[in-house]
Design a protein around this ligand. Structure first.
Ligand SMILES: NC(=O)c1ccc[n+]([C@@H]2O[C@H](COP(=O)([O-])OP(=O)(O)OC[C@H]3O[C@@H](n4cnc5c(N)ncnc54)[C@H](OP(=O)(O)O)[C@@H]3O)[C@@H](O)[C@H]2O)c1
Length: 259
C-alpha cells in the first residue's frame, strides 16, 4: 500500500462535518469506510469516488450493528490506519421538564456509540500503519452552558474517554486526537434558534481537520478566537462563570412561566 494512502473509518459521513471531511480525505486519495444510518449520501460518495469507498452503514448506538461494521471492515481491509469517530447528535435540556431518558439518548448517541466503535476499531488499528484514533468532541467542554447538560455531559465524557485512553494506548504506538469544534454550519446547528458566534462552514472545518490530522496532535480546536474566549471564561472564578451563564440562560416562555 502507498504510505500516503490510509485506510480510514469515518463515522457520521452522511452530512455536516463528516460528509465534508469525507470529501477532503477522498480527494487526498485515501480509502474510506463510511458509516451513518442513511445510506444514500454514502452511496453518492462511493459513486463520486469509485474504488475508494467501503459503505459501512448502520446505527452506531447498537453494539451488534457496530460489531457487524467492524467485521465488514476487517474482511475488506484487515486493518485500519485511522479511525475518526464523528457521528453525534444534540438535544437541549428544558430544566422545567427534565427527562432522564433524553440524557440517556444523548449519552448513547455521543459517548456509548464511540465506545462501541473503539472496541471494534482497536484490533484493526493494531494491524495498521501509524495508527490514529480520533474523536469529534466539542468546545462545549471548556465551559458549562445553559441547556447543554445532556450534550455537554456526553462530550465531557468523550473527552475523558479519549484523554485517558491516550495514556494507555501510547505504549502500543496508537495516537489519540480530540477534535473540539466551535459552531459549524451543519444540519445539527441549523436547528438552533440562538446566536452562534464565529460559525464556520462545514467545508472550512473539514479542511482544517484534514490538514492537521497527519501530525497526530492531541487536540484540534477551532475557531481559535472562539476557543480562547471560552477558555478565558472557563478560567474565571466560578461565581463569575455562573453569573455569566445565568445571563445566557433563557427566561421561560410565557406559557411556561404561567402554566
Ligand atoms: N456543528 C457544530 O457546530 C458542532 C460543534 C461541535 C461539535 N460537533 C460535533 O460534530 C459531529 C458532527 O456533527 P455535525 O454538526 O456535522 O452534525 P450532522 O450534520 O447532524 O451530522 C451528524 C452525523 O452523525 C450521524 N449519526 C448520528 N447518529 C447516528 C447513529 N446513531 N448511528 C450512525 N450515525 C449517526 C448522522 O448520520 P445519520 O443521521 O445518517 O445516521 C450524520 O452523518 C458531532 O459529533 C457533533 O456533536 C458539531
Amino acid at each position: 500500500m502507498n504510505r500516503a494512502t490510509q485506510r480510514i473509518w469515518l463515522t457520521g459521513a452522511s452530512s455536516g462535518i463528516g460528509q465534508a471531511l469525507a470529501i477532503e480525505l477522498l480527494q487526498q486519495g485515501h480509502q474510506l469506510a463510511l458509516s451513518a444510518r442513511r445510506t444514500e449520501p454514502l452511496q453518492a460518495l462511493a459513486e463520486r469516488f469509485p474504488g475508494q469507498v467501503l459503505i459501512a452503514a448502520g446505527d452506531l448506538t447498537s453494539i451488534e450493528q457496530v460489531r457487524r461494521i467492524g467485521s465488514r471492515i476487517s474482511q475488506a481491509w484487515g486493518a485500519l490506519d485511522t479511525v475518526i469517530l464523528n457521528a453525534g447528535n444534540c438535544e437541549y435540556v428544558e430544566a422545567r421538564h427534565f427527562e432522564a431518558a433524553m440524557i440517556e439518548r444523548v449519552l448513547r448517541a455521543n459517548l456509548l456509540s464511540a465506545a462501541y466503535c473503539i472496541e471494534a476499531a482497536l484490533p484493526l488499528l493494531r494491524q495498521g500503519t501509524k495508527p490514529h484514533l480520533v474523536a469529534v468532541g466539542s468546545s462545549v467542554t471548556y465551559l458549562p452552558l445553559p441547556r447543554s447538560a445532556a450534550y455537554g455531559a456526553s462530550k465531557a465524557g468523550l473527552r475523558y474517554l479519549m484523554e485517558s485512553l491516550r495514556l494507555d494506548l501510547a505504549s502500543e504506538g496508537i495516537a489519540v486526537t480530540l477534535v473540539s469544534p466551535g459552531f459549524v454550519d451543519t444540519p445539527l446547528t441549523q436547528k438552533n434558534d440562538f446566536p452562534m458566534p464565529m460559525r464556520w462552514p462545514a467545508a472550512r472545518a473539514a479542511r482544517l481537520i484534514a490538514r492537521r490530522l497527519p501530525r497526530q496532535p492531541y487536540e484540534i480546536a477551532f475557531p481559535l478566537p472562539f476557543i480562547c474566549s471560552l477558555r478565558l471564561l472557563g478560567a474565571m472564578p466560578l461565581c463569575l462563570q455562573v453569573a455569566i451563564g445565568k445571563r445566557l440562560a433563557r427566561s421561560p416562555a410565557p406559557e411556561e412561566a404561567n402554566p
